[in-house]
Design a binder for this molecule. Sequence first.
Ligand SMILES: Nc1ncnc2c1ncn2[C@@H]1O[C@H](COP(=O)(O)OP(=O)(O)OP(=O)(O)O)[C@@H](O)[C@H]1O
Ligand SMILES: [Mg+2]
Length: 301
Amino acid sequence: MGLTDNQQRLIKAVSENDIIAAKKYAIACVTEDTTAKNKWFCSKYKGILESTGGNLIELPHDLKGLLYMEDVSNSFKKGRYFLSDREKNIYENIIRMKKVNEKLMEIGIPYVNSTLLYGESGTGKTSFGRYVSYKIGLPFCYLNFSHLVDSYMGSTSKNISKAFSYATSNPCVFMLDEIDCISIRRSDTSSSSGSGGEMARITITLMQEFDKLPNDVIVIGATNRIDRIDEALLRRFSLKHEVKVLDNREKTEMVQQYLNDVKMKFSDEEIKSMVENNSNQSMLLNDLIRRISLKISEEII
Ligand SMILES: Nc1ncnc2c1ncn2[C@@H]1O[C@H](COP(=O)(O)OP(=O)(O)OP(=O)(O)O)[C@@H](O)[C@H]1O
Ligand SMILES: [Mg+2]
């Protein structure tokens, strides 16, 4: 028996060290095999390949725990993500800029496709970054500054440079999350303790790295505290967008979309109560999952 198309693509991807494509074709191979003798094998490895952990891309040793690179093509659940008209506009703008950037690159003009999302916690800023990565089909490269500063204060500048240089070696969606954790306005740092000077140095490193970014990396920054971000860093984002809490109509749609995706039904009253009692998407989703698990446990017992 000869190799199928997907098996050939898998072998090609492995030999080219293209882990994203390799996982994609491995999933295609286990999906297309419907023989009874391989049922257990295929179902087990399809689950592993599609789970978040299974989609993390292996990084060099010195970047582990610092930067995360994920192929979200299977792990991002599009059917459970609600895209408001406001964020749809931002997404379309990112796509437009991506096309413009390809032209600019051809004529040698450097330009960074960068968007800063700001807004309250739990409104979906990080989720939007993963959505963009999923839609565009580029790896999701994630750098969390809160984590970076907590664990590596002292070597933060060096680690930022290391992370940037790796993340930008290939096209990706590069998310700089909780960016306010390092970027206290430089003018504010004089009054604070010794860490103020270190923070100012870190902010400068971040800006220098930003200026070296290639055109084909899409940067999405996120923060709850735009007021704490240095103006010079703010200027480096070509677009700044406030991600707002969904209104009740949108929250209702978000719940219904999620329930459709998991093939469950709740009464209109129950959905109304969830929507009215949860002030942001994060709380709403937690409440929804709690109610789904309750319903399942009632059905089982
Ligand atoms: N538009 C949305 N559709 C579906 N789920 C959403 C949406 N927005 C947020 N959520 C859910 O709410 C939770 C919090 O979202 P997320 O982490 O993206 O928010 P955030 O704005 O980044 O919060 P923080 O500022 O605390 O980091 C996640 O579980 C996410 O799946
Ligand atoms: Mg977040």
